[in-house]
Design a binder for this molecule. Structure first.
Ligand SMILES: [Zn+2]
Length: 314
């Protein structure tokens, strides 16, 4: 059987046909064009899926189910997207709209949770019972797998890991609380910290790499400057690693997973992220004599959204 996976993003809708093992057989994408509102966007998901089936020589009878990963809070029982802040969607009956185009079982889930599932089916945490996926991008997204299954909590908002408070006197988060983890450990946070440091130290390499235009600082700018051993950038990056480690240690204390899979823009730093992060986490581990979670890079990249969504039905 074939599983259809849909990755709904603010810019593109990506759809893929996925086999039983989580391998993508065929994929395609179309612009989201957000201003159209939910209904035509959801119809496009179905149309693109049907096009792919035809292109691949499959029929609707080959399809077991269709899964959709969305950047927000979902209610998998009712098939309603409760809200997507970035898309500005509230209470969108996704299953109802999509089932008019494809009459198959439809599953919806948060996109970070979907990526966690993908990694546990076909990626770095394949075969492990308990793992946590973290995406270090605009915010910090989290997905929790327990006993090989998605854990999303009683009310389906249980993996908002980026909004764990790690600094009770910290800075204000977009969610309204203060000191949320993503204000310290997202790519956005690294950019902010890099910019603040460059404002205070105009001669540092971070400022030089952007020709003095601090609005051009990206996470990569800070990381590149730290790689070059610029003292200001090294200090910022060490602080970033420290905050990231503190959140991971909190999650180890709560869940004791076998592995953390890191994705998102900052994870592109590779070993330059993993090595100091593992060292930092080690310092704060509670049970020092026992083994604890490995920290690795996620393996599936952008395909995780399609694969995980498809695997929701398996
Ligand atoms: Zn928050």
């Amino acid at each position: 059987m074939i599983y259809i996976g849909v990755d709904l993003g603010g810019t593109n809708i990506a759809v893929g046909l996925v086999d039983e093992e989580g391998k993508i057989l065929l994929k395609g994408s179309t612009p989201t064009l957000l201003e159209r509102g939910p209904e035509p966007i959801i119809q496009d998901m179905g149309k693109l899926a049907l096009e792919l089936l035809e292109k691949g020589g499959y029929t609707i009878d080959d399809v077991a189910s269709i899964g959709v990963g969305v950047p927000g809070v979902t209610n998998p029982e009712t098939g309603v997207i409760s809200f997507c802040t970035n898309l500005r969607w509230h209470n969108v009956p996704l299953t109802e709209i999509l089932s008019k185009i494809i009459d198959k079982p439809i599953y919806i889930e948060n996109d970070a949770t979907v990526a966690a599932l993908a990694e546990s089916v076909a990626g770095v945490s394949k075969g492990l019972k308990n793992s946590i996926f973290l995406t270090l991008g605009t915010g910090v997204g989290g997905g929790i797998i327990i006993d090989g299954k998605i854990y999303a909590g009683t009310h389906h908002v249980g993996s908002e890991l980026g909004h764990m408070t790690i600094n009770v006197e910290g800075i204000r988060c977009t969610c309204g609380n203060v000191g949320c983890w993503e204000q310290y450990s997202s790519a956005t946070a690294l950019i902010r910290m890099g910019r603040e440091a460059a404002e205070a130290n105009p001669d540092c390499l971070i400022a030089k790499l952007v020709g003095g235009d601090l609005s051009k600082i990206e996470a990569k700018t800070v990381i590149d400057a730290a790689r070059e051993k610029d003292p200001v950038a090294e200090k910022v990056y060490a602080k970033y690693i420290y905050y990231l480690a503190m959140g991971i240690v909190a999650l180890i204390n709560a869940f004791d997973p076998e592995l953390f899979a890191l994705g998102g823009g900052v994870s592109k730093a590779g070993d330059f992220l993993l090595e100091p992060l593992r060292e930092e986490v080690k310092k704060y581990i509670f049970y020092k004599d026992l083994p604890y979670a490995r920290i690795e890079l996620a393996a599936l990249g952008n395909d995780a959204g399609i694969i995980g969504a498809a695997m929701l039905g398996k």
